[in-house]
Design a protein around this ligand. Structure first.
Ligand code: SF4
Ligand code: SF4
Ligand code: FES
Length: 237
């Protein structure tokens, strides 16, 4: 089938303002949108810029806005589109060139939640023991590939008034360690999350959950963080 891709273009070194360019690609219905973008870059316009690496939903680098919804180009099949598809960079972030955005602020916020295990007890000879049911508590959060689709789709992150909000991707990672039985820094983690730009910044609008390509229950996990903070403030008995 013939697919038209209407793509956001902007090269700050030569364009005064962004514009859209439409390319036509002969594609198999089972091709992925990423295949079409690659074909455009290889056969029609080598200046078209976008990120990609694995091509299989693992690296998280080809997040973009596809017909208005953020997702991974490698996970969208051509057959799911009609004649034309609109492709834009992820919102929220500054455009570097075409579909490439600057994720510096995304990773700064990610780092702010201390995305690593904190346990001062020297590791035993083998591994730190964890039972399957303890692991299950945060198993879904491990699937996160940091594609930024959730944060880009979050209405709170999209508003300039709340741009300090840490965002759903960072909160998923915070959840992952807060609920890890091997981690010893829950007090410190709660301190990092218990404020208006932390977990309380979330207005439970579910956009993050809707777009997550790894089907992580993002909003539910943020809710569990809020519950944990509340219980910490109001201990029983
Ligand atoms: S939670 Fe989902 S949408 Fe958000 S960064 Fe992780 S994988 Fe991407
Ligand atoms: S549920 Fe919270 S984090 Fe997710 S999109 Fe809505 S406001 Fe943003
Ligand atoms: S190219 Fe790696 S996730 Fe799509």
């Amino acid at each position: 089938m013939l697919l038209k891709l209407k793509i956001f273009r902007f090269d700050p070194e030569k364009d005064e303002k962004p514009y859209y360019q439409t390319f036509e690609v002969e594609a198999d219905p089972m091709d992925r949108l990423l295949d079409c973008l690659n074909r455009i870059r290889w056969e029609q316009d080598p200046t078209l810029s976008f990120r990609m690496s694995c091509g299989h939903g693992v690296c998280g680098s080809d997040g973009m806005r596809i017909n208005g919804i953020c997702g991974l180009a490698c996970q969208k099949l051509v057959r799911s589109f009609k004649e034309e598809v609109l492709i834009q960079p992820l919102p929220v972030f500054h455009v570097v060139k075409d579909l490439v955005v600057d994720l510096g602020s995304f990773f700064e916020k990610y780092q702010s939640v201390k995305p690593y295990l904190i346990n001062l007890v020297p590791p035993p000879d083998r591994e730190r023991i964890q039972f399957p049911e303890q692991h299950q508590a945060f198993e879904e959060a491990i699937r996160c590939i940091l594609c930024a689709c959730c944060t880009a789709s979050c209405p709170v992150n999209q508003s300039q008034e709340t741009e300090g909000y840490v965002g759903p991707a960072a909160l998923v990672r915070a959840f992952r360690y807060l609920f890890d039985s091997r981690d010893e820094a829950s007090e410190e983690r709660i301190g990092l999350l218990d404020h208006k730009d932390g977990a309380w910044g979330c207005q439970t609008q579910w956009k993050c959950t809707e777009v997550c390509p790894k089907e992580i229950p993002v909003t539910k996990q943020i809710g569990q963080i809020k519950k944990r903070i509340y219980e910490n403030r109001h201990p029983k008995g």
